[in-house]
Design a protein around this ligand. Sequence first.
Ligand SMILES: [Zn+2]
Length: 229
Amino acid sequence: MKPRKKPSQRKRALLQKEIHSICPFCQSQEVDTFEVHHLNENPDDDRFENELMVCPTCHAKINVGTIPRNDVYKMKEALMKVSEQQKNLSTNCPAPHDGIIQINHGDNVVQAAGQVTIKMPRGRRAKAAVPVSGVIGTSPKERAYVKHLYDRLFDYKKAIPGYDDARAGRIVARYIREAFGSTWSYVPIDRFDALVKLLQEKIDETPLGRKHKKNGTKPYSSFEEFLNK
Ligand SMILES: [Zn+2]
């Protein structure tokens, strides 16, 4: 894999300022650990509007899809709107301003100086941001089954001592990116079988997967069983 270009210090500072040094999704304040997410998932696209600073846990959740892509886009859009408004506020009214800007993501609220409230859609109910046809993300049955395998693999990885959400999420996302060059929802539908095979093999290789094999039990349903459930 090609090593990721690291954002410059100045860029990091701007991105950190944009989120007021608080992870926009979980309010974590451990800025030293924060990572830069690329909205279109192209790490070479380092335009400011393509980057959002988040904590490593939320970064993993974005990669897994637990935080929907659409929410990420909306959050960035909202934050950019807020900075735009703050710029106008500071030029138009020199007096100190004590209004509040709220950006709600689920139960989380980010507050900043200003005077706007921007509501974010809650969690998983949000639709995928970019409607693309012919990919797994927009094929309901295949999507549901891949999610079933993905969640299983994620849980089995997380069960390994020393693994947390962030680490498990990063690893699972990497398997798919290395094999298919994107996140699972953007894998073309004609590569569904290959993606299923990869996820099943990776589940089988985990300690819990091996345990199932030894006991003669199955760690996941086949696609057919899954559809008939
Ligand atoms: Zn976070």
